[in-house]
Write a protein that binds this ligand. Sequence first.
Ligand code: SF4
Ligand code: SF4
Ligand code: SF4
Ligand code: FES
Length: 893
Amino acid sequence: MTVQTAKMVTLTINGQQVSVPAGTLLIEAAKQVGVQIPHFCYHPKLKPDANCRMCLVEIEKLPKLQTACSTPVSEGMVVHAGSPKVTEARNGVMEFILSSHPLDCPICDQGGECHLQDLAHEYSGQYSRFKEEKRAFEKEYFGPIIEKEMNRCIQCMRCVRYCDEVIDSNALRGMDRGNMTQPGTFMRQELECEFCGGCIQICPVGALTSRVAMYDYRPWQLKKIETICPHCGDGCLMKVESRDEKVMRVTSEQGRGRNDGDLCAKGFFGYQFINHQKRLAQPLIQRSGQLVPISWYQVLPEAATRLAQIKARYGGAAIGGIITARCTNEDAFVFQKFMRMVLGSNHIDSSARLGHLNAVKAFRRVMGSARMMNSYEEILQADLLLLIGADVTETNPILGIKVKEAVRWCGARLVTIGPFQENSGTYISHIVNRANLSLRVKVGTEGMAIRGLIKAVFDTGRGDASLQNKAPGYIERLKKAAASLSYEMVERITGLTETQLREVACALADAKRVVIIAGEELVRAQRGDLDLVNLCDLAILTGKMEKVGCGVNVLCKEANGLGMVEMGAAPEYLPGLRPVTDSTAAQQFVSAWKDDLVLQRGATALEMIEKARRGEIKALYLVGADPLSVFPRSVGVQEALERLELLICQDLFLTETAELAHFVLPACSFAEKDGTFTNQEGRIQKVNRAIEPVGEAKADWEIFSELSRELAYPLEYADAQEIFSEIARLVPAYQKRFGLEAHKKERLASLERYLAQGYLEDFEERYGRDQNVLKQDPAYPFTLAMGSILFHSGRLSLRSDALLKIIPEGLLQMNPKDADGLSVKEGQRVRIKSLQGSVEVKVFPNQKIPEKVVYFPEVFAHTGMKELFPLGLHSASGVPYLKTTPVMVEKVH
Ligand code: SF4
Ligand code: SF4
Ligand code: SF4
Ligand code: FES
């Protein structure tokens, strides 16, 4: 590997010599010698615009002052960044800016952290020479959650540039002229955008502020704690800022965290669930059919006694537990230990079962780990990015920003394959807009597209030649499978032509650094685990599995979906993804925990529901899990829950399921506890307590620990750190807390095993006849697809008023042509019917959605939409499939 080093340039700034890479801007070089050059329009994330003139510096041999934010260094340059001439110029710039700035610092939310305030202090003169009236903008609102106060605007255009260059939303533009220039929306319409909050954060003054907590605090009153966002697997670092134990806002800092200071709408605006008035503040117990408050002191022994009775009467296998992937690793670890050791049950599962388990199964098998193979930095270095079934802005917006950056600014080529390939025509940055090649497949057929690509790799002779020696059996078998597939069949199923497949196959094989990213359309497909193994085959075949900068990656929807499984909150895995049936692996835990383990695979979430319905499971312990809102009633959830002798719900809110519980235990949100989340890359990141627990809520692990004491099997820990130490002792990948290297060796060994024999398992099923082509019944001409949307994830986001102001309800997205065909307009109602039932819903035309497909945001599925789906279950991974179903759609008159 050749390491390219940039040419270094030496210059002098304020008498100090500095050497920096050629191309460095003066303002950045100055920082390296501790010289802070004042600026407004400059921001390290943005291209230079040099519009404010605040950064003027003197450069010897140049007749005029130059802007440090746009002037690159050159050899021998001598710069004076604080000379009298420079100071005089800056004072002039400041005087000019202040000439039209209102004196409303006392009521401005930016007061105390305002760039203008800070620099005015340093650079303004005694009085202003401007006698003219200050400009006055009419009051305008920028939509429901962003405040626009243009009298404060200093016209730096950072907001407009951020929205374009980083978010790629392009919702803002510079409007009007001269002194009245301002950022605005096209035709002054209400702001419609990704609501990432970035323009608020990057505005150096108080011209753009959040309406969510206006005038509620002064910035210096806030306690600021860095922690990790709980809304998705991207793992963004954020600052939770609170006053009097109430979260007032969330911010982030450029240069910090995997997100480098960027957030999405959920991260920036989605925190209100923390202090929601309906948070459970004390334990509840069911008495005479009513949930009534009870103290912790009473509830713990009562709940423990009931658990003990059920265990004694029916055995541990009569108890099941499900935990949400929004809990920390420490919560999950203690929970599985509680279930396994204290209650003697392996019926333990997490919300990762709703999809991510497909990825875990597939990737563990091929690579020994489900972590991303490429870091976010490697995405930026890729030559070619292949996104398959990944509407990345909607599911994982910050990873989406990395992809956009790679394509727009680092020269990567982008190929996208999936059903939603048309420009959405909205201000949500649809990733296909940046694709060099975007291939639309029919809904749910990405798996067949992968098989078509494998065939095309063989047919174009682009396969990795070294495989012939390394894995002759594997390559022969794959070649045979590819030969038995016809392009006609692939086209009939997916819509992709032979030419398209060959083009992508060549691109994949020919590019040097190829990063493949699979998203939820593939991960949560009915054959998700099988198709993902085939995707690994494609990478292996093109030589893109082991090479530096190459790899296959899968997006994780939930904040700690990966951590849940790695902690053993799954019926088939002990901590560290070790199979529960592997007695050698189990022995390590037996000796660490000094007790026996049940070495039998337990039931998955849905199997637990079924067992409860049959009366085999008598008690369920649900930690943030709400099966009534997740699974269709047709699977008998209500009946199952009502049949239980004991239902314990530990949650932040009284959910639909919790209303049926015998015990309701109030749990802390992420903001009230310490611990760790493992993001999709496999980075173990620290979650820090930002506020005291709401009411009497406790950290989940503390509740398990206290119950265990009541059950005379104490799992005692002083704090989350002590739990983490135990995790690190038992799970090697957690010893290197922030590194990705831990699993690399294991990965290569696993790949070797796969190429030798591992691929044979289920080969026929993977490459045999595709069972899952949706059969279109003329009576049900549409395909209903369900999936993620940018503004919500999980039920917690539905408790955040700001996010509800953006998207208050689930709208059925359909192609405008279909909407015209049905004579429905935005907001009008349609009836949507499947073999399972029917619901009425409002329509939102969106040209991103292909014709004859309708798309509904899964987060609102509890409103009735989930009842339209027949629940499929993949037998190997136990992942329930609620992704697509044939429907008919008619206008409601
Ligand atoms: S997407 Fe919206 S919130 Fe984000 S920078 Fe653009 S205008 Fe601001
Ligand atoms: S609103 Fe803020 S960021 Fe945008 S141009 Fe005005 S001062 Fe600059
Ligand atoms: S939801 Fe995901 S992308 Fe958005 S801020 Fe949170 S972790 Fe980052
Ligand atoms: S910061 Fe250099 S011109 Fe604005």
